[in-house]
Design a protein around this ligand. Structure first.
Ligand SMILES: O=C(O)CCC(=O)C1=CC=C[C@@H](O)[C@@H]1C(=O)O
Ligand SMILES: [Mg+2]
Length: 379
């Protein structure tokens, strides 16, 4: 593929509203857009989705930037890549840092698709021409405010509503929601806020016909989630726990969940996401594509992976306008009545708009073939 340079565009984007989960509230999003440029000046784009602080997972953007500059960017520039699947193999000796790996790998996937003049969705083996999407709503100060947000999103036609829960904002809040919205497709996401000591509370959620309970327990608790799933009617969906193909295989084997939220960054990129897709399909575990409050590049990668057949449940890839006054891509991602049309254009299917991006741009680091991995270890 002969990539001649990699640019790390570091953006600070301000979200329209604060977003509150069980682990905190944010309104600024620190995003890195990775641009891989080939010898003809063609660019492919990826997005690193690491959090600003290591509260969702152990990754955080400052560390991911170091990893991309010290290791993953130079490694890619120093090695011949024939297909995007080679990137995972190249990065394999380096432990974890999945979101940094995925950001670089995503740019390679987009570049390769553009070099071969095919949509990224087709390159991944996707079959859909449109995808159904839902929306994720943060915790609000009051249940009344949350009801207003839900009504707004239901009116916009989103195919499912996801709300955050945490101890003290769970059973009664969901009861209030169900009193007003008896039959909407509704799910909850706990972001690991509970333990098996809370089993009675979690079992009370069974009465509300929820689509799923996402990540009730800690990320590493596959056995505890299996114990919980055996006591719940409602499907458990895992997010933070599924940080690799092996974790997905373990969770399926143990019965830790009945649904998996696939996040491309969390699992290390599109190659691993495809592998998890095929494994889950073989075991009749439905998937949906979760979100990490992405800008447009990440949203388009999410749309592309969602075109694979076993992504059967609406994901978190709502319209760009859900979070951003102005996204960095043209056209923006737009869900009409909860449906996003898949672009037929090559690659991610929309242009990165540098005029719009520059309002958020803090810094761009450029890596060239002069840059070698900055390592103590040697073979
Ligand atoms: O709209 C989106 O991008 C999904 C937002 C969302 O629910 C999450 C984003 C990032 C981490 C978590 O807080 C949470 C999730 O767990 O899915
Ligand atoms: Mg989640």
């Amino acid at each position: 593929m002969n990539i001649k340079e990699i640019k790390l565009h570091q953006l600070l984007m301000n979200m329209k509203n604060p977003f509150t989960t069980s682990f905190g509230t944010q309104q600024d999003r620190f995003i890195t857009i990775i641009e891989a440029v080939d010898e003809n000046g063609l660019s492919g784009f990826g997005e690193c989705v690491s959090g600003e602080d290591p509260l969702y997972s152990e990754e955080f953007m400052d560390a991911s930037l170091i990893a991309m500059k010290k290791y993953f960017g130079p490694l890619l520039l120093q090695n011949e890549i024939k297909h995007p699947d080679d990137v995972w193999e190249l990065f394999k000796p380096f432990k974890r840092n999945n979101m940094a790996k995925a950001g670089i790998e995503g740019a390679v996937w987009d570049l390769y698709a553009k070099q071969h003049d095919i949509p990224l969705s087709k390159l991944l083996g996707g079959t859909k021409s449109e995808v159904e999407v839902g929306v994720s709503l943060g915790l609000e100060e009051t249940d009344e405010l949350l009801l207003e947000k839900i009504a707004e999103k239901v009116d916009e036609g989103y195919k499912r509503i996801k709300v955050k829960i945490k101890p003290g904002r769970d059973v009664e809040m969901i009861r209030t929601i169900r009193r007003k919205f008896k039959d909407i497709p509704l799910m909850v996401d706990a972001n690991s806020a509970y333990t098996l000591d809370d089993i009675d509370t979690l079992k009370e959620l069974d009465q509300f016909k929820l689509m799923m309970i996402e990540q009730p327990l800690a990320a590493g608790d596959l056995i505890e989630h299996a114990k919980l799933q055996r006591q719940l009617k409602t499907p458990v969906c895992l997010d933070e726990s599924i940080d690799s193909y092996e974790a997905a295989a373990g969770a399926i084997e143990l019965g830790s969940c009945r649904i998996i939220n696939v996040k491309v960054g969390r699992v290390g990129g599109l190659t691993q996401a495809k592998k998890i897709h095929d494994l889950a399909k073989a075991h009749h575990i439905p998937l949906w594509c979760g979100g990490m409050l992405e800008a447009g590049v990440g949203r388009l990668h999410n749309i592309a992976i969602t075109t694979l057949g076993n992504f059967t449940l609406p994901g978190d890839t709502a319209s760009s306008s859900r979070y951003w006054y102005e996204d960095i891509i043209t056209p923006e991602v737009n869900a009409e009545n909860g449906v996003v049309k898949v672009s037929h254009k090559p690659g991610i299917g929309a242009e990165v708009d540098f005029d719009k991006m520059k309002q958020y741009l803090k810094k761009t680091d450029v890596l060239t073939k002069e840059d070698t991995p900055d390592m103590i270890f040697y073979d």
